[in-house]
Design a protein. Structure first.
Lengths: 141, 162
Protein backbone atom coordinates (compact mmCIF):
# COMPACT_ATOMS: atom_id res chain seq x y z
CA UNK A 1 0.00 0.00 0.00
CA UNK A 2 2.76 2.43 0.98
CA UNK A 3 4.79 1.47 -2.09
CA UNK A 4 1.71 1.94 -4.29
CA UNK A 5 1.09 5.41 -2.78
CA UNK A 6 4.70 6.41 -3.56
CA UNK A 7 4.82 4.74 -6.99
CA UNK A 8 3.77 7.89 -8.85
CA UNK A 9 3.86 11.61 -8.15
CA UNK A 10 0.14 12.05 -8.81
CA UNK A 11 -1.31 9.19 -6.72
CA UNK A 12 -0.94 10.89 -3.34
CA UNK A 13 -2.46 14.22 -4.47
CA UNK A 14 -5.41 12.35 -6.03
CA UNK A 15 -6.14 10.59 -2.73
CA UNK A 16 -5.66 13.88 -0.92
CA UNK A 17 -8.13 15.68 -3.17
CA UNK A 18 -10.76 12.96 -2.60
CA UNK A 19 -9.99 13.28 1.14
CA UNK A 20 -10.61 17.04 0.90
CA UNK A 21 -13.88 16.61 -1.03
CA UNK A 22 -15.09 14.21 1.67
CA UNK A 23 -13.94 16.74 4.25
CA UNK A 24 -15.92 19.57 2.64
CA UNK A 25 -19.09 17.46 2.66
CA UNK A 26 -18.45 16.40 6.25
CA UNK A 27 -17.49 19.85 7.58
CA UNK A 28 -20.31 21.71 5.84
CA UNK A 29 -23.15 19.41 6.88
CA UNK A 30 -21.89 18.82 10.43
CA UNK A 31 -21.37 22.57 10.85
CA UNK A 32 -25.02 23.21 9.95
CA UNK A 33 -26.18 20.51 12.41
CA UNK A 34 -24.01 21.92 15.20
CA UNK A 35 -24.95 25.54 14.52
CA UNK A 36 -28.54 24.31 14.53
CA UNK A 37 -28.02 22.64 17.91
CA UNK A 38 -26.53 25.89 19.22
CA UNK A 39 -29.67 27.61 17.99
CA UNK A 40 -28.02 30.00 15.53
CA UNK A 41 -28.78 28.28 12.19
CA UNK A 42 -31.48 26.19 10.48
CA UNK A 43 -34.12 27.41 12.94
CA UNK A 44 -37.16 26.98 10.70
CA UNK A 45 -37.42 23.25 11.22
CA UNK A 46 -36.96 21.03 14.26
CA UNK A 47 -33.35 20.04 14.83
CA UNK A 48 -34.21 16.33 14.44
CA UNK A 49 -35.28 17.05 10.86
CA UNK A 50 -32.06 18.97 10.17
CA UNK A 51 -29.92 16.19 11.63
CA UNK A 52 -31.83 13.51 9.71
CA UNK A 53 -31.57 15.42 6.42
CA UNK A 54 -27.84 16.13 6.79
CA UNK A 55 -26.78 12.76 8.22
CA UNK A 56 -26.54 10.75 4.96
CA UNK A 57 -24.21 13.42 3.56
CA UNK A 58 -22.21 13.83 6.74
CA UNK A 59 -21.61 10.07 6.83
CA UNK A 60 -20.86 9.94 3.08
CA UNK A 61 -18.18 12.56 3.64
CA UNK A 62 -16.94 10.59 6.63
CA UNK A 63 -16.74 7.42 4.49
CA UNK A 64 -14.61 9.24 1.88
CA UNK A 65 -12.30 10.46 4.67
CA UNK A 66 -11.98 6.98 6.17
CA UNK A 67 -11.37 5.32 2.80
CA UNK A 68 -8.60 7.70 1.69
CA UNK A 69 -7.00 8.41 5.09
CA UNK A 70 -5.28 5.01 5.55
CA UNK A 71 -3.80 5.23 2.04
CA UNK A 72 -2.38 8.69 2.77
CA UNK A 73 -1.07 7.45 6.11
CA UNK A 74 0.67 4.47 4.46
CA UNK A 75 2.72 6.73 2.17
CA UNK A 76 4.71 7.99 5.18
CA UNK A 77 3.83 5.48 7.87
CA UNK A 78 7.18 5.69 9.68
CA UNK A 79 7.02 9.49 9.85
CA UNK A 80 3.52 9.47 11.34
CA UNK A 81 4.40 6.70 13.77
CA UNK A 82 6.93 9.06 15.35
CA UNK A 83 4.67 12.11 15.25
CA UNK A 84 3.00 12.95 18.56
CA UNK A 85 0.45 15.16 16.80
CA UNK A 86 -0.62 12.26 14.59
CA UNK A 87 -1.49 10.18 17.66
CA UNK A 88 -3.26 13.15 19.24
CA UNK A 89 -5.33 13.41 16.06
CA UNK A 90 -6.15 9.67 16.09
CA UNK A 91 -7.24 9.65 19.74
CA UNK A 92 -9.39 12.76 19.21
CA UNK A 93 -10.81 11.19 16.06
CA UNK A 94 -11.88 8.05 17.93
CA UNK A 95 -13.37 10.17 20.74
CA UNK A 96 -15.26 12.41 18.29
CA UNK A 97 -16.54 9.44 16.25
CA UNK A 98 -17.76 7.59 19.35
CA UNK A 99 -19.39 10.81 20.61
CA UNK A 100 -21.08 11.47 17.27
CA UNK A 101 -22.34 7.88 16.94
CA UNK A 102 -23.67 7.88 20.49
CA UNK A 103 -25.58 11.16 20.23
CA UNK A 104 -26.89 10.53 16.71
CA UNK A 105 -29.93 8.39 17.67
CA UNK A 106 -31.02 11.06 20.13
CA UNK A 107 -30.52 13.85 17.59
CA UNK A 108 -32.79 12.29 14.98
CA UNK A 109 -35.54 10.87 17.23
CA UNK A 110 -36.91 12.68 20.26
CA UNK A 111 -36.97 16.46 20.74
CA UNK A 112 -34.04 17.75 22.79
CA UNK A 113 -34.02 20.26 25.60
CA UNK A 114 -32.39 23.48 24.39
CA UNK A 115 -29.65 23.21 26.99
CA UNK A 116 -28.81 19.63 26.05
CA UNK A 117 -28.82 20.50 22.34
CA UNK A 118 -26.40 23.36 23.05
CA UNK A 119 -24.13 21.07 25.03
CA UNK A 120 -24.02 18.43 22.27
CA UNK A 121 -23.39 21.05 19.56
CA UNK A 122 -20.60 22.71 21.55
CA UNK A 123 -18.82 19.43 22.40
CA UNK A 124 -19.02 18.24 18.79
CA UNK A 125 -17.70 21.55 17.42
CA UNK A 126 -14.88 21.60 19.95
CA UNK A 127 -13.84 18.01 19.19
CA UNK A 128 -13.83 18.45 15.41
CA UNK A 129 -12.08 21.83 15.54
CA UNK A 130 -9.31 20.30 17.65
CA UNK A 131 -8.98 17.47 15.12
CA UNK A 132 -8.67 19.99 12.28
CA UNK A 133 -6.14 21.95 14.33
CA UNK A 134 -3.97 18.91 15.12
CA UNK A 135 -4.23 17.73 11.49
CA UNK A 136 -3.00 21.06 10.14
CA UNK A 137 -0.28 21.34 12.75
CA UNK A 138 0.90 17.77 12.14
CA UNK A 139 1.28 18.60 8.46
CA UNK A 140 3.42 21.66 9.27
CA UNK A 141 5.68 20.39 12.04
CA UNK B 1 1.20 41.71 -15.01
CA UNK B 2 4.69 40.51 -14.15
CA UNK B 3 5.73 44.01 -13.06
CA UNK B 4 2.65 44.28 -10.82
CA UNK B 5 3.56 40.92 -9.26
CA UNK B 6 7.15 42.07 -8.76
CA UNK B 7 5.93 45.24 -7.10
CA UNK B 8 3.61 43.26 -4.76
CA UNK B 9 6.46 40.87 -3.98
CA UNK B 10 8.63 43.62 -2.48
CA UNK B 11 5.90 45.37 -0.45
CA UNK B 12 6.51 45.17 3.32
CA UNK B 13 3.27 43.19 3.87
CA UNK B 14 4.27 40.58 1.29
CA UNK B 15 7.74 40.18 2.79
CA UNK B 16 6.31 40.07 6.31
CA UNK B 17 3.85 37.23 5.55
CA UNK B 18 6.37 35.31 3.42
CA UNK B 19 9.08 35.38 6.03
CA UNK B 20 6.90 34.90 9.09
CA UNK B 21 7.11 31.60 10.94
CA UNK B 22 3.52 31.48 12.16
CA UNK B 23 1.49 34.02 10.21
CA UNK B 24 1.65 32.19 6.88
CA UNK B 25 0.66 28.75 8.27
CA UNK B 26 -2.16 30.31 10.32
CA UNK B 27 -3.50 32.12 7.24
CA UNK B 28 -3.18 28.87 5.30
CA UNK B 29 -5.10 26.91 7.95
CA UNK B 30 -7.89 29.52 8.14
CA UNK B 31 -8.05 29.65 4.35
CA UNK B 32 -8.53 25.85 4.21
CA UNK B 33 -11.25 26.03 6.87
CA UNK B 34 -12.95 28.82 4.90
CA UNK B 35 -12.89 26.92 1.60
CA UNK B 36 -14.23 23.75 3.24
CA UNK B 37 -17.08 25.66 4.94
CA UNK B 38 -18.04 27.46 1.73
CA UNK B 39 -17.98 24.33 -0.43
CA UNK B 40 -19.55 22.17 2.27
CA UNK B 41 -22.49 24.48 2.93
CA UNK B 42 -23.21 25.49 -0.68
CA UNK B 43 -23.35 21.79 -1.56
CA UNK B 44 -26.35 21.50 0.80
CA UNK B 45 -28.23 24.03 -1.35
CA UNK B 46 -27.05 22.23 -4.51
CA UNK B 47 -28.26 18.87 -3.18
CA UNK B 48 -31.72 20.33 -2.51
CA UNK B 49 -31.81 21.79 -6.04
CA UNK B 50 -30.85 18.38 -7.44
CA UNK B 51 -33.50 16.65 -5.32
CA UNK B 52 -31.03 14.62 -3.27
CA UNK B 53 -32.57 15.09 0.16
CA UNK B 54 -34.42 17.85 2.05
CA UNK B 55 -37.26 17.43 -0.46
CA UNK B 56 -39.88 18.37 2.11
CA UNK B 57 -38.27 21.74 2.80
CA UNK B 58 -39.10 24.67 0.52
CA UNK B 59 -36.12 25.56 -1.69
CA UNK B 60 -36.19 29.19 -0.55
CA UNK B 61 -36.10 28.06 3.09
CA UNK B 62 -32.91 26.05 2.46
CA UNK B 63 -31.33 28.92 0.48
CA UNK B 64 -32.18 31.57 3.09
CA UNK B 65 -30.95 29.51 6.02
CA UNK B 66 -27.74 28.17 4.50
CA UNK B 67 -26.54 31.05 2.31
CA UNK B 68 -25.61 33.50 5.11
CA UNK B 69 -23.13 30.91 6.43
CA UNK B 70 -21.75 30.27 2.95
CA UNK B 71 -21.28 34.00 2.38
CA UNK B 72 -19.64 34.44 5.79
CA UNK B 73 -17.24 31.62 4.95
CA UNK B 74 -16.65 33.19 1.57
CA UNK B 75 -15.60 36.51 3.10
CA UNK B 76 -13.25 34.68 5.41
CA UNK B 77 -11.83 32.61 2.53
CA UNK B 78 -11.40 35.69 0.31
CA UNK B 79 -9.56 37.77 2.94
CA UNK B 80 -7.16 34.99 3.96
CA UNK B 81 -6.73 33.95 0.32
CA UNK B 82 -5.88 37.50 -0.79
CA UNK B 83 -3.26 37.80 1.94
CA UNK B 84 -1.75 34.44 0.94
CA UNK B 85 -1.66 35.48 -2.73
CA UNK B 86 -0.15 38.84 -1.74
CA UNK B 87 2.69 37.00 0.01
CA UNK B 88 3.81 34.98 -3.02
CA UNK B 89 2.73 36.73 -6.24
CA UNK B 90 5.72 35.53 -8.29
CA UNK B 91 5.09 31.88 -7.49
CA UNK B 92 1.42 32.26 -8.42
CA UNK B 93 2.36 34.18 -11.58
CA UNK B 94 4.31 31.12 -12.74
CA UNK B 95 1.73 28.67 -11.40
CA UNK B 96 -0.07 26.34 -13.81
CA UNK B 97 -3.03 25.61 -11.51
CA UNK B 98 -3.67 28.99 -9.84
CA UNK B 99 -5.30 30.54 -12.95
CA UNK B 100 -7.55 27.48 -13.23
CA UNK B 101 -8.56 27.84 -9.61
CA UNK B 102 -9.59 31.44 -10.31
CA UNK B 103 -11.46 30.39 -13.48
CA UNK B 104 -13.48 27.73 -11.61
CA UNK B 105 -14.14 30.22 -8.80
CA UNK B 106 -15.39 32.76 -11.36
CA UNK B 107 -17.60 30.15 -13.06
CA UNK B 108 -19.03 29.18 -9.65
CA UNK B 109 -19.78 32.84 -8.94
CA UNK B 110 -21.29 33.45 -12.37
CA UNK B 111 -23.39 30.28 -12.03
CA UNK B 112 -24.75 31.49 -8.68
CA UNK B 113 -25.48 34.95 -10.14
CA UNK B 114 -27.34 33.47 -13.13
CA UNK B 115 -29.34 31.24 -10.77
CA UNK B 116 -30.33 34.09 -8.45
CA UNK B 117 -31.18 36.57 -11.19
CA UNK B 118 -32.80 33.91 -13.35
CA UNK B 119 -34.83 30.90 -12.36
CA UNK B 120 -34.71 31.67 -8.59
CA UNK B 121 -36.72 34.89 -9.13
CA UNK B 122 -39.72 32.72 -9.87
CA UNK B 123 -39.06 30.37 -6.94
CA UNK B 124 -42.59 30.91 -5.58
CA UNK B 125 -43.90 28.73 -8.40
CA UNK B 126 -41.66 25.75 -7.58
CA UNK B 127 -40.65 26.39 -3.96
CA UNK B 128 -42.19 23.18 -2.62
CA UNK B 129 -41.65 21.09 -5.74
CA UNK B 130 -39.72 17.89 -5.10
CA UNK B 131 -38.39 18.10 -8.64
CA UNK B 132 -36.98 21.57 -9.34
CA UNK B 133 -36.93 23.12 -12.88
CA UNK B 134 -34.10 21.92 -15.18
CA UNK B 135 -32.30 25.30 -14.92
CA UNK B 136 -32.18 25.00 -11.13
CA UNK B 137 -30.88 21.44 -11.34
CA UNK B 138 -28.22 22.50 -13.85
CA UNK B 139 -27.16 25.32 -11.49
CA UNK B 140 -26.83 22.81 -8.64
CA UNK B 141 -24.73 20.39 -10.70
CA UNK B 142 -22.46 23.13 -12.09
CA UNK B 143 -21.90 24.47 -8.59
CA UNK B 144 -20.84 21.07 -7.21
CA UNK B 145 -18.48 20.46 -10.15
CA UNK B 146 -16.94 23.94 -9.85
CA UNK B 147 -16.22 23.57 -6.15
CA UNK B 148 -14.65 20.14 -6.64
CA UNK B 149 -12.40 21.75 -9.27
CA UNK B 150 -11.60 24.74 -7.02
CA UNK B 151 -10.53 22.38 -4.21
CA UNK B 152 -8.51 20.15 -6.59
CA UNK B 153 -6.76 23.10 -8.29
CA UNK B 154 -6.17 24.80 -4.94
CA UNK B 155 -4.53 21.70 -3.51
CA UNK B 156 -2.46 21.33 -6.71
CA UNK B 157 -1.07 24.88 -6.29
CA UNK B 158 0.42 23.74 -2.99
CA UNK B 159 2.35 20.98 -4.78
CA UNK B 160 3.91 23.27 -7.38
CA UNK B 161 7.61 24.03 -6.93
CA UNK B 162 8.63 27.39 -5.54
Amino acid sequence: MGAFMRSSKVIFPIFEIVHLIGMALFVGTLLLINLGLLGVAMRRQPIQEVAAAMAPWTWSGFALLMLTGPFMLSAQAAKWHDSLLFWVKMVLLILATVFQLSVHPRLVSSPLEASEAKRIGAVSLLLWISIAFSAKLMELV
Amino acid sequence: MLSICQWIHQTPLSIYIRESIWFYPILNAFHCAGVLSVAGTIVVVDLRLLGFGMRRWPVSSVVRQVLPWTLGGFGFMAITGSLLAWSEPLRLYRSLFFPWKLVFLAVAGLNALIFHLGVYRGVDAWDSAQLTPPRARIAGAVSILCWICVIAAGRAVGYEPL
